[in-house]
Design a protein around this ligand. Structure first.
Ligand code: NDP
Length: 493
């Protein structure tokens, strides 16, 4: 029997008002895991009401005290790291080393965000008038709505909710329908860490029944969203129309550039890890390699051999290197793109659903490599979000940069080269939020800003020294102790 889980509203664990539920499944085995409230707009109303009621007291709780709760949550996450990682592999499919990494991001983010409680620096600056001081401070905004995807079900809520709470906001959290359990653990841990009732409210349910009403709700001031570009842009339109602040982290089509002087062994390992880790379902996954024509064929052979040797299976098995895709619909999308790819390049590896009996109950697809793909082919420009890699021949670094920058997306990019001049040229010219040198496209660290350009983002950055920006307003304060009316821009000329 699947376990039963509830929403968390105003500090109480409650079912959806409608009484309806939905189930999540293990993508490696098809097993039903848990029953969750299929909430609706009335549950969103209750959660927003609770968040608004909790806001005045939380806003006035000293930031270092708010941060201590986040720090305590980090300690609990650290103590439960292994159990959380195993639960995540069961729910989401990626292999244990990767789910441990996902939980570790939550720990790292908790410690980093907690430090902000004792910093949250403002700026003091001289006034142009005598006997007058001027300063700007960060202020919380109000109720933050957080909508997250399934691929980093612990790390992404951490990047958003931890800074939002340290800054003094309260929150309503809607996780992806495929990974509700990790959101339940996240919220439970904050309850145990001592977060007051109503500060963090969790509402399970679909994008249309919970996400949409959050975006339209007048009681929410900020929406922080990570997910696909199409959904993100719809949210920006709807939420922006009512004046909400909308912070978007969206799709990617990340390229690794390999020059003719690169270490091909190193590049092959990095490409395999970036393209097939998390079964290609990372926002920073490498899904195209822009490779110098002189080394294209040799590199394609190496990458294809590596892809064929990867071992598919249940992520809980330590021997597994590639887990399942998240669900059936993702298998269909990947299959569709592979059919398109067969007309666009040479199929070097994979290209099919895995049919071994041990894998037949899960959503397994073989790591797939196409070579000789034109830079503007569909599999080289559209986000597939699966283990499909397109290798594109380029004539020069300039050629590679032009193809990279013509993409709809701008999250991550990388270059392999031994030439320091080319490396710096690439760092300067690649139009992505993250650039790696002699390293794959994945592996962001929490203390650097994270986000992308063009269709990947709308100018915000999460984590790093920018973590508070989406969740705070700047307030400028002038204190005049001259005892007379001083007129700025007038009396000092
Ligand atoms: P989706 O855009 O389908 O969903 C993301 C979240 O939005 C889910 O919680 C979803 O709910 C919700 N949602 C769906 N429709 C609406 C709506 N109309 N209004 C409000 N909320 C809605 O993305 P996926 O979950 O499939 O995630 C994969 C995508 O996320 C990829 O494009 C990937 O590149 C991107 N991503 C980007 C990252 C980045 O930092 N740039 C990081 C990780 C992923 P439900 O699950 O119920 O449908």
């Amino acid at each position: 029997m699947p376990e039963k889980f509830l929403n968390h509203i105003a500090g109480r664990w409650v079912p959806a008002r409608s009484g309806r539920t939905f189930c999540n499944h293990n993508p490696a085995t098809g097993e039903a895991l848990g029953d969750y409230p299929a909430s609706g707009p009335e549950d969103v109303d209750a959660a927003v009401l609770a968040a608004r009621a909790a806001y005045p007291a939380w806003r006035l709780t000293p930031a270092p005290k708010r941060a201590e709760i986040v720090f305590r949550a980090g300690e609990i996450i650290r103590d439960r790291k292994e159990d959380l990682a195993r639960a995540m592999t069961r729910e989401m499919g990626k292999i244990l080393v990767e789910t441990r990494g996902d939980v570790q991001e939550g720990i790292d983010m908790a410690y980093l965000a907690a430090g902000e409680g004792r910093r949250m620096y403002g700026v003091t600056t001289p006034s142009e008038m005598p006997n007058k001081w001027a300063m700007s401070i960060r202020a919380p905004i109000g109720v933050v709505g957080v909508i997250t995807p399934w691929n980093f079900p612990f790390a992404i809520p951490s990047w958003k909710l931890m800074p939002a709470l340290v800054a003094g906001n309260t929150a309503v959290f809607k996780p992806a329908g495929d990974t509700p359990e990790m959101a339940w653990h996240f919220t439970k841990i904050f309850e145990e860490a001592g977060l007051p009732p109503g500060v963090l409210n969790l509402v399970f349910g679909s994008g249309s029944q919970v996400g949409d009403p959050m975006v339209e709700h007048p009681g929410i001031q900020v929406i922080s969203f990570t997910g696909s570009t199409d959904v993100g842009l719809r949210i920006a339109g709807k939420g922006g129309a009512s004046g909400k602040r909308i912070s978007l982290e969206m799709g990617g089509k990340n390229a690794i550039i390999v020059m003719d002087d690169a270490d091909l062994g190193l590049a092959t390992d990095a490409i395999a890890w970036s393209a097939f880790g998390t079964t290609g379902q990372r926002c920073t996954a490498c899904s195209r390699v822009l490779v110098h024509e002189r080394v294209h064929d040799a590199l394609a052979e190496r990458v294809a051999a590596k892809a064929k040797a990867l071992r598919l299976g249940d992520g809980l098995d330590p021997a597994t290197e590639v887990g399942p895709l998240i669900n059936k619909s993702q298998v269909e999308t990947v299959s569709r793109y592979v059919e398109i790819g067969k007309g666009e390049g040479a199929l070097m590896a994979g290209g099919a659903v895995a049919t071994e009996p041990a894998l037949s109950r899960g959503h397994f697809f073989r790591p797939t490599v196409f070579s000789g793909v034109p830079g503007d082919a569909r599999i080289a420009v559209e986000e597939i979000f699966g283990p499909v890699l397109a290798m594109v021949k380029v004539k020069s670094l300039e050629d590679a940069v032009a193809i990279n920058n013509a993409s709809r997306y701008g999250l991550s990019s990388s270059i392999f080269t031994a030439d320091v001049h080319r490396a710096f040229q690439a760092m300067r010219d690649l139009d992505t939020g993250i650039v790696y040198v002699n390293h794959g496209t994945t592996g962001a660290e929490t203390h650097l800003p994270f986000g992308g350009t063009r269709g990947t983002g709308n100018g915000h950055r999460e984590a790093g020294h920018t973590m508070l920006d989406p969740f705070t307003e700047w307030k400028s304060i002038y204190v005049d102790f001259s005892g007379r009316v001083q007129r700025a821009q007038i009396d000092n000329n």
